[in-house]
Design a protein around this ligand. Structure first.
Ligand code: PLP
Length: 389
């Protein structure tokens, strides 16, 4: 079956954050939103059909996660990432950002230090600071348009108060797929200092050939024991509104602590449609995903070629994974708030503002390219009018 990613779907009037919510804020109808990380493609038919089928039953009372829910993700991890996980390692979370917050609360104490490697997905920062823990930054190093982890600096900033590190793997906003060597180096340091690794692997299925995602917990059994991995089908299959994700916690003590947190909040059962969609995605998603990856890769190449030809001053970091492009506007020398004004008011584009990703984000903007090519072409034309040669 051939899926049509060129089809334009009107999302307006669905209370969606990307179009409807933002429109209220802009006070303007004509801004193209290329920011929040969901896709403008149809959620695949096998997910919609599974939801419809369940909706035919007239009772929507409390439901739990059946064995088939867990088995679907176990089979997926085995097939896609060569990772054999035991069913008892799996725990539900209503979204990954809530999971990050719960893990911080369950596995560290107020006043503890947690390391982040900016520029990085910005809810990492609030998950630490809003839970009264202390953010310690190990900024990524930018070399030849790729980010690298700074192991020397990491060793220097670690002290007895550091209890956890947040890893974004693959990385948002840079799109790096961390190599085995990179992960091993990080894991060795974390083990030496007894630091838990909270590995957010939500983008791990959106990896482009020839790159290969390696789950941090696969580095070794010892590393698995100090790693909590967060995954979800929500980015991959465009089901972010269903808030259904899973944590993989091989260590029993850590798992118990997390479970207590989940139960305290009474959010462990999830919702019926999230459960149904999750299972359908992991059971039937492979063919759709392969076609999606092709389309996204072509979208990325389209932007890179477009910039080379028409807007060479904007430098694009070529992602190894996911649909977020990290664009370097620094050569224009425009102060960040002014740059945002120009993008919104002159180019009529809403990108994710670089500085919100923390240190290293200044002068950058993140662009979501998971949309039909015709919309992407419109966005690039708008950029060209304002920033072109
Ligand atoms: C790295 C990363 N983690 C988590 C999320 C959001 O996850 P959720 O919607 O499940 O909270 C995103 C969304 O963009 C993300 O990029």
């Amino acid at each position: 079956m051939e899926y049509n990613f060129d089809e334009i779907i009107n999302r307006e009037g669905t209370a969606c954050v990307k179009y409807d919510f933002k429109k209220k804020q802009y006070g303007s109808e004509d801004i193209l939103p290329m920011w929040v990380a969901d896709m403008d493609f149809k959620t695949p038919d096998f997910i919609i059909d599974a939801i419809k089928k369940r909706a035919e039953h007239p009772v929507l009372g409390y439901s739990f996660h059946p064995d088939s829910f867990y088995e679907s993700v176990m089979a997926w991890l085995q097939k896609r990432h060569g990772w054999t996980v035991a069913k008892e390692w799996l725990r539900f979370s209503p979204g990954i950002v809530p999971a990050l917050n719960m893990c911080v609360r369950a596995l560290t104490s107020p006043g503890d230090k947690i390391i982040v490697q900016p520029p990085v997905y910005f809810p990492f920062f609030s998950a630490i600071s809003e839970n009264q823990r202390i953010i310690v930054e190990n900024p990524l190093l930018l070399k030849n348009r790729r980010f690298y982890m700074d192991y020397n600096n990491l060793e220097q900033i670690i002290d007895d108060k550091v209890k956890m590190i947040f890893l974004c793997s693959p990385h948002n906003p840079g799109g790096m797929v961390w190599s085995k060597e990179e992960l091993i180096k990080l894991a060795v340091i974390c083990q030496r200092h007894n630091i838990l690794i909270l590995s957010d692997e939500i983008h791990s299925d959106l990896v482009f050939n020839p790159y290969k995602h390696i789950p941090m917990a696969l580095i070794s059994d010892l590393v698995a024991q100090c790693t909590i991995t967060c995954i979800a089908p929500s980015k991959t299959f465009n089901t972010a509104g269903l808030f259904t994700s899973v944590l993989i916690i091989p260590d029993e003590t850590l798992r118990l602590k997390y479970t207590v947190q989940l139960e305290k909040l009474h959010i462990g059962w999830g919702n019926i449609f999230g459960t149904i969609a999750f299972e359908a995605a992991y059971k039937y998603g492979e063919l759709w995903l392969e076609q999606l990856l092709d389309y996204l890769k072509n979208n990325i190449d389209f932007v890179i070629d477009y910039c080379k030809t028409y807007i060479p001053k904007i430098k694009v970091m070529k992602p190894e994974a996911t649909y977020l492009l990290w664009l370097d506007f620094s050569v224009f020398g425009i102060e960040d708030d002014k740059l945002r004004d120009i993008l919104l008011n002159d180019a009529k584009l809403d990108l994710s503002h670089g500085p919100i990703f923390g240190t290293g984000g200044m002068g950058f903007q993140r662009m979501n390219i998971a949309c039909p090519r015709s919309i992407l072409a419109e966005a690039m034309n708008r950029l060209n009018k304002v920033f072109g040669k």
